[in-house]
Design a protein around this ligand. Sequence first.
Ligand code: DX5
Ligand code: ZN
Length: 214
Amino acid sequence: MIISPSILAADFANLQRDTVLLNSSKADYIHIDLMDGVFVPNISFGFPVTNAINKHATKPLDFHLMLENPDPYLNSCKDSGADYISVHYEACRHLHSTVAQIKVLDCKAGVAINPHTNVSLLEDIIKEINLVLIMSVNPGFGGQKFIERTYQKVSQTKELILKHNSNALIEVDGGVNLSNAPKLKTAGADMLVAGSFVFNSNDPVETIENLKAV
Ligand code: DX5
Ligand code: ZN
């Protein structure tokens, strides 16, 4: 399993310490949640903070943009060390064009869908993208309860990917823990985001290792 711990659950007064902690773990990526207070009812942090994280991170960065119309910010993500850039289906008027812009920057393009968004809406974009990010909570906050319907959405996404012979990976984000991770894997998830489950545990490095081994 590919593991992308979310820095949103880190101690923001000790970001260097927590970034170095993730460097020393078996994490594959560091998940970076950008929130604009418009698309979601919360504001997380901006590029001065992600640049500071990037200065210390030895893991590639997995950007999740919870921004209404993210196009003006794609370059800054690239400059901040983004490997993956995921934008929300619900936040992009010209999604096909946004995905193309991400690829021009030589980043991997992801499309995120909210819990209410039907997987079938990805049919015309699935061949173009590297990642489908399935939200298993409503975006905006860490520490929420996992929505059980997610398993079905992961299976439907897997079917869509196979049907179109797409290379996209499936990432699940929100309320992920060691109880739902094995079931998500069975349903077809390739990559798991975990914030509070990792950072609120006694030993985050060990928790990441356990998630990786599901
Ligand atoms: C929620 C964010 C998530 C969040 C996950 O809007 O997209 O990445 O950090 O946090 P947990 O794992 O605590 O649900
Ligand atoms: Zn996220």
